[in-house]
Ligand binder design. Structure first.
Ligand code: PEP
Ligand code: MN
Length: 332
């Protein structure tokens, strides 16, 4: 249950009520808000007197639920808006990893050429082997920072673990919490205390309930700027890297108030299918599309097989505008 307390209630009183009702207490910019377990279905007399509005939800998907906020939340990136009433499908592209200044600068220039506003690249890579490229770390973040100042791009980069979460929050415009980090409550809570936009990728073995509850950790820590990213889940199929769960996307759009971003690159794992999948994703009426591109995918230090070269990306990019228009959206 979510309780909007009367605006006259101060911090001390709100926290006292929070303790009394075993609720999380946060301030949403307008008033103090208590969030109890969803098992609580009714406010008692004391709480009723103290509250302005009470929202009951079916499950612990609460702050992210359409039962709480009936529209998709809006995330203001300055250069553009994600979600809300914008009808934008925001394209995000760049390499899997920052590898060198030359490589990331070529990627930044591709964004500028096409009008793409958000550059992606990982500096701390969550690899499945300790013997492969692990990312440039802080040096990578500094290169991304340089691209932001030089080309006016927004930067999304991922946090791998809690040892560098503060660093990533400092450098990123959007903090990506990867599929493997989705359950890390240290990361989730730290991101919840920041005012940066947060993109959470679905763990490949996570149910939709678990996925959205990860977002609840960030939202209930006080950060309302959260997006969800479907990037493929593990099924019995082995021909493709993962299976893109478009049914799940329909569910997220129907039942949650968070913007939904799709990442077909990690889902299929091979460049040949990324363009077709991207068009399918855009046709779902999504808030954003995340595609991996590399100036020379063959020599990429991570996810080489799935990254598009710039020619492939230009062709894909020129094809999605019509698909977006067909579902009442525009590519931004
Ligand atoms: C990535 O975006 O490069 C990445 C590692 O993604 P995921 O966490 O979805 O595997
Ligand atoms: Mn990758």
């Amino acid at each position: 249950m979510i309780v909007h307390l009367n605006k006259s209630i101060d911090k001390a009183k709100a926290e006292e009520l929070g303790r009394q009702y075993e609720a999380i207490c946060l301030h949403d910019g307008k008033q103090y808000v208590l969030v109890t377990s969803s098992k609580v279905k009714e406010a008692d007399a004391t709480l009723k007197t103290a509250s302005e509005e009470v929202y009951v939800t079916d499950s612990d998907i609460q702050l992210a639920s359409k039962q709480y906020i009936s529209n998709t939340r809006s995330i203001d990136l300055g250069v553009t808006q994600i979600g809300g009433k914008s009808a934008n499908t925001v394209v995000i592209t760049g390499p899997c990893s920052v590898e060198s200044e030359e490589q990331i600068e070529q990627s930044a220039k591709l964004c500028v050429e096409l009008g793409v506003k958000v550059l992606r690249a990982g500096a701390y890579k969550p690899r499945t082997s300790p013997y492969t490229f692990q990312g440039l770390g802080l040096e990578g973040l500094k290169l991304l920072d340089k691209m932001r100042s030089k080309y006016g791009l927004k930067i999304i980069t991922e946090v791998r673990d809690s040892t560098h979460v503060d660093e990533v929050i400092e450098y990123a415009d959007i903090v990506q919490i990867g599929a493997k980090a989705m359950y890390d409550q240290g990361i989730l809570r730290k991101c919840g205390k920041s005012n940066k936009s947060i993109l959470i990728k679905r763990g490949f073995g996570s149910t939709l309930q678990e996925f959205v509850q990860s977002a609840e950790f960030v939202l209930s820590s006080g950060n309302p700027n959260v997006m969800l990213c479907e990037r493929g889940i593990r099924t019995f199929e082995t021909k493709t890297r993962f299976t893109l769960d478009l049914c799940g996307v329909a569910w997220l759009k129907q039942y949650t108030n968070l913007p939904v971003i799709l990442d077909p690159s990690h889902a299929i794992g091979y460049a040949y299918g990324v363009a077709d999948l991207s068009r399918a994703c855009v046709a779902m009426g999504i808030d954003g599309l995340l595609i991996e591109t590399h100036p020379n995918p063959k020599v990429a230090k991570s996810d080489a097989e799935q990254q598009l070269d710039f020619g492939q990306f230009r062709a894909l990019y020129s094809s999605i505008g019509a698909v977006a228009a067909a579902v009442g959206r525009k590519i931004v």
